[in-house]
Design a protein around this ligand. Sequence first.
Ligand SMILES: NC(=O)c1ccc[n+]([C@@H]2O[C@H](COP(=O)([O-])OP(=O)(O)OC[C@H]3O[C@@H](n4cnc5c(N)ncnc54)[C@H](O)[C@@H]3O)[C@@H](O)[C@H]2O)c1
Length: 250
Amino acid sequence: MSNWSEPRVAVVTGGASGIGLGISQRLARDGAAVSIFDLDGAAAEDAASSIRDGGGHAIGLKVDVTDRGRVEEAVGEVAEQLGAPLILVNNAGRASFMPFLEISLEHLHQIIEVNLVGSFHCCQVVLPHMLEARWGRIVNISSSSTYSGTPRMAAYVSSKSAINGLTKTLAREFGPRGVTVNAIPPSFIDTPMLRASAAAGDLDVQASIATTPVRRQGLPEDIAAACSFLCRDEASYITGQILGVDGGRS
Ligand SMILES: NC(=O)c1ccc[n+]([C@@H]2O[C@H](COP(=O)([O-])OP(=O)(O)OC[C@H]3O[C@@H](n4cnc5c(N)ncnc54)[C@H](O)[C@@H]3O)[C@@H](O)[C@H]2O)c1
């Protein structure tokens, strides 16, 4: 059985690396035509090209999600080349580790701009297509740090907590019109972002594995599997949920 009653077009932001790449590959395997939006345009095109080599449908576009004009232009390109985007995965994000008293307002704004405002732009630009079709799936990638708080991550955790709030609000606002909105807060997923944080001494991967109930690190495929499920036709009764995919850490 296909995941969808008809072909679907997806937008995955930050889809050139890590979790976003895993989600792009998985949605393409599920049969969606995937448009990968990433700050790194060459990496987005490489990711799309490897999906096409495997028989899937994908395009890669250089998009900074903080640039509203570029988001509008890129969503227009997607609609023209692939069809109306009815699946949106807001995954592009930036980590930030800094003692609270050292966080400048400029840095706070930069993190909020990518992690929150970027998702806000993409939702506002893609939603009209979903409303016209009376069908849509939005999955926002937040963070398990929003459950407990994490020292030295005030800017990041604030931005990701706002994503959970945005998710619940949009779920209520657009549920009556066929659009579901859910969030996945990952924890300790093996990606370039996590490896860079570990290399900088901001995270201890082995210690986190030791305190994770399933005793392993997460993989992009773990998040992709949950995202794939939330995007299916048969997930239409699930909305406004924050689905932890974290090996039981929270
Ligand atoms: N890895 C983890 O353990 C973990 C845990 C919790 C939350 N997350 C969240 O998951 C998401 C993906 O993280 P990842 O670990 O795969 O990171 P990653 O750094 O491997 O990938 C992030 C991608 O987003 C792109 N990107 C960054 N800013 C962008 C912008 N302004 N516009 C468009 N693209 C942009 C980057 O170029 C990169 O390709 C992030 O939102 C992150 O906060 C990750």
